[in-house]
Design a protein around this ligand. Structure first.
Ligand SMILES: Cc1cc2nc3c(=O)[nH]c(=O)nc-3n(C[C@H](O)[C@H](O)[C@H](O)COP(=O)(O)O)c2cc1C
Length: 320
């Protein structure tokens, strides 16, 4: 493996800057697909799980996914089996991947975030989990989601609560919502709460209406927009945080850029804007060879240009 592809998120070494993005590759079938295709795993720096909650959640009413121009709207609603079954059934499978495992967590209150994180620390007997990614941004659940992600005070409290519940033993990543007026204010709050890294962006709130039936298509009516159409928003938000927040600029708090990545140039855009690593979601539904293809193109690019990832991070800011 080309050494220059290694990146670090706090103490975690990722052998490539490519990671899955939460909710888009977390089911058992997809896990098995990965196990059977070693080259996918070899392309990944880390695996991020679907959002886990304390109790099982059946998710939202169907239909839950609709294709729109250059993207999809989803309203899965955090369907998952609950943290205990997740540790019994999925973690032993994920352990076989032999790459860092990042568990995406979701909860309905600050206290619940603390309880869930403490349960994970307790259940993770073999130290399979490298990091927790706090979903303060999911726009699909009525109890929390969007409300947390838009309130800097709550974001700071959640991060503090999660950090103290795991007694600083796990890397904490805070995943930010784009459904805010100034993402840098939320990023600063997460840093004040003690986050070790930031990931951005989650889906943008959106809706599609069936013109024949004259009603919203999604069972939940509202959903989250992802895919190529959101990439300029994600790149902008990474750029803003890198530009305006000293801890991002000096790379003390690394950023994982997510949103609409479809090829290597999209990854490069995020890195130039200030991301250290990148998450890929919706494109994985279209092309299961996406990680291998991007890795090959990235390796060729680095070899042909004599560049390193480290040197490329935030380079788009140097021209001003
Ligand atoms: C079907 C689906 C389920 C998702 N579930 C989660 C989730 O459980 N937790 C979370 O933080 N983000 C979730 N996301 C958001 C993605 O991780 C990602 O931030 C977003 O889709 C943008 O990236 P993309 O354009 O590459 O898909 C989900 C996205 C999709 C499409």
């Amino acid at each position: 493996m080309n050494k220059s592809l290694n990146v670090r998120i706090k103490d975690i070494v990722l052998r490539t800057p490519l990671i899955t993005s939460s909710g888009t590759s977390g089911s058992r079938d997809e896990i098995n697909l990965l196990v059977n295709r070693k080259s996918i795993l070899e392309s990944l720096g880390a695996f991020v799980t679907k959002g886990v909650t304390i109790n099982e959640s059946l998710g939202n009413k169907e239909p839950r996914i609709v294709e729109v121009r250059s993207g999809i709207l989803n309203s899965i609603g955090l369907q998952n089996k609950g943290v205990k079954r997740f540790f019994e059934e999925d973690i032993p499978e994920l352990r076989k991947f032999e790459i860092p495992i990042i568990v995406n967590i979701s909860a309905g209150s600050v206290n619940e975030f603390g309880t869930l994180s403490a349960m994970i620390k307790d259940l993770d007997k073999n130290n399979t989990v490298s990091a927790l990614e706090i979903n303060v941004s999911c726009p699909n659940i009525k109890k929390g989601g969007a409300a947390f992600g838009a309130d800097p005070r709550l974001v700071e409290q959640i991060v503090k609560e999660v950090k103290s519940s795991v007694q600083n033993t796990l890397c904490i990543i805070t995943k930010l919502s784009p459904n805010v007026s100034d993402i840098t204010q939320i990023a600063i709050a997460a840093i004040q709460g003690g986050t070790d890294a930031l990931s951005m962006i989650n889906t943008l709130r959106g809706m599609a209406i069936d013109t024949d039936r004259k009603k919203p298509i999604l069972g939940n009516q509202v959903g989250g927009l992802s895919g190529p159409c959101i990439k300029p928003v994600g790149v902008y938000m990474v750029y803003e945080c890198f530009k305006k927040i000293p801890e991002c600029r000096n790379k003390k708090i690394p950023i994982i850029g997510i949103g609409g990545i479809s090829n290597y140039f999209d990854v490069l855009e995020y890195i130039l804007a200030g991301a250290t690593a990148t998450g890929i979601g919706t494109q994985w539904f279209i092309n299961t060879a996406i990680f291998e293809e991007i890795l090959k193109d990235m390796t060729d690019y680095l070899n042909n240009t004599n560049e390193t990832i480290e040197n490329l991070v935030g380079k788009a800011h140097n021209s001003f």
